[in-house]
Design a protein around this ligand. Structure first.
Ligand SMILES: [Zn+2]
Length: 47
């Protein structure tokens, strides 16, 4: 799935995506940018 990388400042394919939850209970996905290796997250459910 894709997410927004803060370092690349662009949308990148997300590696090692895992489902997570924010403190307010909203669903989010955590992963790593395939391009630069920076941790990235996306609001929503894992596809
Ligand atoms: Zn990146």
């Amino acid at each position: 799935m894709k997410g927004y990388c803060m370092k690349c400042k662009d949308h990148r394919e997300m590696k090692d995506a895992t489902q997570s939850k924010m403190k307010n209970g909203r669903d989010m996905v955590r992963g790593v940018c395939t391009k630069c290796g920076t941790k990235m997250c996306k609001i929503g459910k894992l596809e």
